[in-house]
Design a protein around this ligand. Structure first.
Ligand SMILES: [Zn+2]
Length: 355
């Protein structure tokens, strides 16, 4: 299923990533600039007082006079995880916000990795601007699940990637979704070539990347990906952060299973990791903490409980689905489209399914 939804409020991609977005290619400190440049810069800058202090210090040192205290280094601005383009998180890991499921990336001197690939145009922008890539091949591209807004960029990455990794259910689900699409998109699919059932792990130079499938949830092939040293966890679409999610029942989803997977994740993954979410309410964002997994679980539980109660009261599927907001989750319908009606239908179908 091609969900084609935005993951953030910052709208379109810049034509080319701004140099300042790079976490690796940051400008050298002013103190490393040639002295003549430094002098002319400092003469006209707000740091002129500091410059006087520096030069005065050099001249006066021999006279052993008291020195003014060194000024503190300027504070680094905290990057906004919802900003368009590349946003560094920590230790070589970051996110790329284009269109569709949030891309995670990892760059070091000896390894490159990308988690999810969005669409061909945003994948091309991601590849072109990947900070510190310098023309190197990617060691690994990982698909968190089969949806088009996470895999349609695979053809862009495939020629420069050593392998594409996914859960073993993903190629068949991806093929079936492409065949169902109108128009069909089978000719535009590139499938993962490294598949696993339960868990997968690989060295990325000094970093280690691992992935685990905890059972059917958002689809039948979701995985959680961890950059272990960076302590960054990519949840794929297992978390729509405070946003009514896509529940892809034809693609193997199950609400009960999803609740169980999130319960496991809450117990299994580190409390101090940075978590990346496939999609988000812009007020909350595509990155967060482990605590942000609980609202998703609580929503799915409330959804099932609400529909179960309505069925018991004799309401029809149509009547049950005619609801704008679930009590307690009022702001989860933004941005459009409101997926609650679809979620209610999936809950009805799951609760009334034979067996
Ligand atoms: Zn998805």
């Amino acid at each position: 299923m091609n969900t084609r939804i935005r993951s953030h409020s910052a709208g379109s991609l810049p034509a080319s990533p701004a140099p300042s977005a790079s976490p690796v290619l940051s400008a050298p400190p002013a103190s490393r600039a040639p002295l003549s440049n430094r002098r002319s810069f400092l003469k006209t800058s707000a740091l002129a007082a500091t410059a006087f202090g520096l030069f005065a210090r050099e001249r006066l040192f021999a006279q052993a006079l008291p020195l003014p205290p060194a000024p503190p280094p300027p504070a680094r601005p905290v990057p906004d995880p919802n900003a368009a383009g590349f946003v560094p998180l920590r230790r070589g890991a970051g996110v790329f916000n284009g269109r569709g499921g949030t891309i995670g990336w990892f760059v070091s001197e000896d390894a490159l990795a990308v988690i999810d690939t969005q669409f061909p145009d945003t994948a091309a922008a991601c590849l072109a601007g990947l900070p510190g890539r310098d023309g190197r091949r990617l060691d690994v591209v990982i698909n968190t699940h089969h949806h088009g807004d996470h895999t349609a960029g695979n053809p862009v990455f495939k020629p420069v990637a050593k392998t594409i990794v996914a859960h073993e259910n993903v190629p068949a689900l991806q093929r079936a979704a492409a065949a169902r699409a109108r128009p069909p998109s089978l000719d535009r699919q590139v499938y993962a070539d490294t598949l696993f059932a339960g868990a997968w792990r690989a060295a990325l130079g000094a970093e280690t990347v691992s992935a685990r499938h905890h059972g059917p949830a958002h689809t039948g092939g979701d995985i959680i990906v961890v950059l272990e040293n960076a302590n960054v966890v990519h949840m794929g679409d297992l978390v729509f952060n405070r946003l009514y999610p896509v529940i892809d029942r034809p693609g193997g989803a199950g609400i009960r299973g999803w609740i169980s997977v999130l319960e496991t994740a809450l117990k299994t993954y580190p409390p101090d990791a940075i978590y990346i979410f496939g999609h988000a309410n812009p007020a909350f964002g595509v990155t967060g903490a482990r605590d942000d997994l609980a609202p998703m679980r609580d929503y799915l539980s409330a959804l099932l409980a609400h529909v179960e109660k309505r069925i018991a009261a004799g309401a029809s599927r149509e009547e049950i689905c005619a609801l704008e907001n679930l009590p307690g989750f009022r702001d989860w319908h933004q941005p459009a489209p409101n997926r609650l009606q679809g979620n209610l239908g999936v809950a009805y179908d799951e609760l009334t399914a034979a067996g």
